[in-house]
Design a protein around this ligand. Structure first.
Ligand SMILES: Nc1ncnc2c1ncn2[C@@H]1O[C@H](COP(=O)(O)OP(=O)(O)OP(=O)(O)O)[C@@H](O)[C@H]1O
Ligand SMILES: [Mg+2]
Length: 332
């Protein structure tokens, strides 16, 4: 019998769970191309390592745009690498899908996984999986709003028990914030930084609420006038103006989803609150910010980045119990 593996196909990190073994792999979802020939030279962590070693000669390419795969050929290379690394022969694969995935996106991803070596493919909807992975009780029959803030997208879902009742994707994610921070640093500091530096700054001191103040962070960039390397310091207060603008967009989208819900579901959410998962849940002050703007309790999952893959793991280890959540797409 073949083993089942769970894959959370994140724009930033792909995480893999193997039946009976647990989380075995976290691979950056990256492809490195030669800056001149545009040929792919490395995938996954190797791509990041190569880029760090020879930054001028290598470009890191993202092939997931707004949560959807934009370049299947490159994505397939990353998948092949992952299958090689885990060395599980012809696994049954379950992967998470979100509301923004069309049926043709899902079938293209499935084909890509079959090409990479999968035997059978099934999918589960992300919101319910993330709630499971956060360790929330599954016997509560009141609905809960899940907000999974990723690198490229945010999933706003309604979950009852572990069943996904609604799954809606919006183009909000940490990448947007990094881009905005990069532009802010250029205009306010006269320093050009990479998106990677912007990400490090956000992770270290980024703040969306005055209650969160992580002090200052020294960074290196290039003077926009002289082009020479230079160093400067940025504070949590500096980052807030930019980050709040985007967090407001998130609030507007959550409100828009809530407005369309039946009265009883809104009541449930007011009682149970909103669960935040995904890496963006770690942005400084995001919980307090959302709580104040929405007047609903916010709970940030413990280890929010791993909720989806942990939930996948729970499903894989208890397939008979969670069978209704699994949609089988292909048979060998
Ligand atoms: N301590 C931290 N503070 C703020 N952000 C963080 C922190 N740690 C990780 N992140 C952010 O989490 C993001 C990755 O989150 P996650 O793994 O949920 O995304 P993903 O699943 O790959 O993306 P998507 O769901 O959009 O496809 C990165 O952009 C990273 O900067
Ligand atoms: Mg994600």
């Amino acid at each position: 019998m073949s083993k089942t593996i769970g894959i959370n196909l994140g724009s930033h990190i792909i995480t893999v769970y193997i039946e009976g073994q647990g989380i075995v792999l976290r691979e950056p979802n990256a492809v490195a191309v030669d800056a001149h020939t545009r040929e792919v030279v490395a995938c996954g962590q190797d791509a990041i390592n190569l880029f760090n070693k020879t930054p001028g000669a290598i470009e890191l390419i993202s092939h997931i745009y707004h949560g959807n795969v934009s370049d299947y050929e490159r994505m397939a290379m990353v998948m092949k690498k992952i299958f090689e690394k885990i060395s599980v022969k012809r696994p049954d694969v379950i992967f998470t899908v979100h509301g923004g995935h069309s049926s043709s996106d899902i079938s293209a991803i499935s084909t890509m996984m079959m090409d990479a070596g999968a035997k059978r493919i099934s999918v589960v909807e992300l919101p319910g999986v993330a709630v499971m992975g956060a360790g929330l009780p599954l016997n509560n029959n009141k609905a809960l709003l899940l907000c999974d803030i990723g690198a490229a997208t945010t999933e706003i879902g309604i979950v009852k028990g572990c069943a996904t009742k609604l799954s809606h994707t919006i183009p909000y994610g940490c990448n947007l914030l990094d881009e905005a921070l990069k532009n802010y640093i250029k205009s306010e500091f006269g320093i050009s930084v990479t998106e990677r530096t912007a990400r490090k700054i956000r992770e270290a001191v980024g703040s969306v609420h005055p209650d969160y103040n992580a002090g200052e962070y020294a960074f290196i960039g290039k003077d926009t006038v002289t082009g020479l390397p230079c160093e400067s310091v940025i504070t949590s207060d500096d980052t807030r103006e930019v980050m709040v603008k985007f967090a407001d967009y998130l609030v507007a989208n959550i409100k828009a989803v809530i407005e369309k819900l039946p009265e009883q579901v809104v009541k449930d959410i007011k009682d149970r609150g909103i669960l935040l998962t995904g890496g963006g849940a770690l942005d400084g002050g995001i919980g307090v910010f959302l709580e104040e703007k929405l007047d609903i309790d916010i709970k940030i999952a413990e280890n929010p980045i791993e909720c989806s893959v942990k939930g996948l793991g729970m499903i894989i280890e208890n397939k008979a119990l969670f069978h209704p959540l699994i949609l089988e797409l292909s048979n060998d």
